[in-house]
Design a protein around this ligand. Sequence first.
Ligand SMILES: *Cc1c(COP(=O)(O)O)cnc(C)c1O
Length: 425
Amino acid sequence: MSDYKINTKCVQSGYTPGNGEPRQIPIVQSTTFRYETSEAMGRLFDLEESGYFYTRLQNPTNDMVAAKIADLEGGTAGMLTSSGQAANFFALFNICEAGSHIVASSSIYGGTFNLISTTMKKMGIDATFVSPDCTEDELNSAFQDNTRALFGETIANPALTVLDIEKFARAAHAHGVPLIVDNTFPTPVNCRPIEWGADIVTHSTTKYMDGHGAGVGGAIVDSGKFDWMKYADKFPGLTTPDESYHGITYAEKFGKEGAFITKCTSQLMRDLGSIQSPQNAFILNLGLESLHVRMARHVENGQAVAEFLNGHDKVEYVSYPGLPTDKYYDIAKKYLPQGGCGVVSFNIKGGRSAAEAFMKKLKLAAIETHVADARTCCLNPATSTHRQMSDEQLEEAGIPAGLIRISCGLEDKEDLIADLKQALD
Ligand SMILES: *Cc1c(COP(=O)(O)O)cnc(C)c1O
């Protein structure tokens, strides 16, 4: 599918039925697969042939959808995981172990920050967090001899900072490690990090890719560009024999194009599970079929809402990379020429109590801890996800008490603006 435009890939990639076969992706609702001989199955276990034996590792429905996402991102291989959290953990843990170190942007999803700063730390994997706006010198000085990956988000959730992917890729490659980019918010429709130098791309497919608030899931895509063998001493898991897999050396047997995903599937999925259910993969693919159409509307609504709020006298400031007044406007023009996403954040004058009163008055926008689905929703961190923090602590964390994150859905923008206007009034 790689010659088609992204719009065509959203609809067509990943599955082409043969004569008389189902038009829609079949849901292979089976835990296991039958073989005529033990030898035939043995060849799968030896990774001599590709095929299916147990859905904890791989399932045909998942693989069709993963192939579509890999094609959308311009990668060589992909896999689905049970959640975005699992995708980011697997992508990092596939090349890190106790004693390793990660450099990560400090402006990332809270769940990923906790994963790296707390849970992976307990596994003996250290991390240094850097501002996405740091200079190249500051970025380079965060690396250590044991650094194994650089991590960032194209558009950070919820801060809406935009990553300078080329700057991050240069630093990663200067230190012989891959750049992993979580591309959840823009989706490959609006940005393809691999084209800017990223090596591995991850997703919470729970957000725009599914797009209907229907199924939790994640995905990992490999660009196939990182030369593991060149830095063999850093990545022994890929470049030396895997004794738990009959002495296979992934980077030798599957090359740059296939080593990362094959190891992640045959080792981490085998040992940790966390695969997406075939049902959810099917639902995800329904979302992907209209992703290009929906993203354009999410961006249109986000831009209109951001412009409305930006001119309002009860609003302190608005963060949205599509606004010329936004700190990330220029960098967004480079990496996100068609716009970024439908998530806008703004600080209402009057702090916590004003935010609470405003949210109570909303009729269309629902209060939810979610973003990026068809229905507009909003959240005030001070009175929900961050309610244990004082106003002073919130201010320090860059989340003032009056901050409201609004995820613009697919409704008519005039109705959305009218709802915000009456609530502000
Ligand atoms: C939601 C989100 C995640 C976590 O994904 P889940 O599917 O909820 O596990 C990771 N990264 C980003 C940018 C997200 O928005």
